[in-house]
Design a protein around this ligand. Structure first.
Ligand code: SF4
Length: 224
């Protein structure tokens, strides 16, 4: 046996005997250790898509035209997660292809990456009627598939786009204005929330803040 291991076992035995001498005969087992995102070496995005199938797990299936699964590099280091498909996305079956999507493309290119190099997905995969906000039961039904996508891709950084994305991923009710630009942890993956491109189209004066967030993401990627 390796000398270091023998030494370690000996130290451990001494420590346990010491505890026994103190009257401690059992050790507590942590019950609330946060669940890590299980890394999958074998699962592929195609597997996740197959499992999703012609999904009818929530009521959004009744009004959608197409499931918008997500697209991009299966080995991306950077993943963008938005809220849900809009009209254009529902028609084309691709995420972020409308006006907000064109702005997202520019945001990605601002840090010298292309859409093909990152992965783009949403919290929910079907368009809510009249683009209303996703409801909690819809988010809950869809979330396991997003988590599997994250598990397959294993990005270094997730950029959460907008309120619903940030609040769902970080399990918080805090407003996006307070969350944005800060660094959070999702089971070992860095998460940086920023404003949704659709919000930027309505509030172009907030683009500067997103630019700051993207600079931070670029720095983190360079140092990863
Ligand atoms: S939103 Fe998600 S859970 Fe609901 S039907 Fe679409 S794919 Fe299924």
């Amino acid at each position: 046996m390796d000398e270091n291991i023998t030494e370690l076992i000996s130290d451990l035995r001494t420590y346990l005997e010491y505890l026994k001498g103190m009257g401690i005969t059992s050790l507590p087992v942590a019950e609330n250790v946060p669940e890590k995102v299980p890394r999958s070496e074998t699962l592929t995005l195609a597997d996740v898509r197959t499992e999703l199938g012609d999904c009818k797990r929530c009521k959004l299936h009744r009004t959608r035209k197409t499931i918008v699964f997500g697209e991009g590099n299966e080995k991306a280091t950077l993943m963008f997660i938005g809220e849900g498909p809009g009209y254009d996305e529902d028609m084309q079956g691709r995420p972020f292809v409308g006006r907000a999507g064109q702005l997202l493309t520019k945001i990605i290119e601002s840090i010298n990456l292309s859409r093909e190099e990152v992965y783009i997905a949403n919290i929910i995969k079907c368009r809510p009627p009249q683009n209303r906000n996703p409801e909690p039961d819809e988010i809950e039904s869809c979330n396991p598939f997003l988590m599997k996508q994250i598990r397959v891709i294993q990005p270094k950084i997730i950029c959460a786009l907008g309120t619903f994305s940030a609040q769902t991923l970080l399990k918080t009710d805090t407003k996006i204005t307070a969350l944005r630009g800060k660094l959070y942890d999702l089971e070992g993956i860095k998460v940086i929330p920023t404003y949704h491109p659709a919000f930027l189209l309505r509030n172009p004066e907030r683009k500067r803040e997103v630019w700051e967030d993207m600079k931070k993401i670029a720095e983190l990627l360079n140092n990863a």
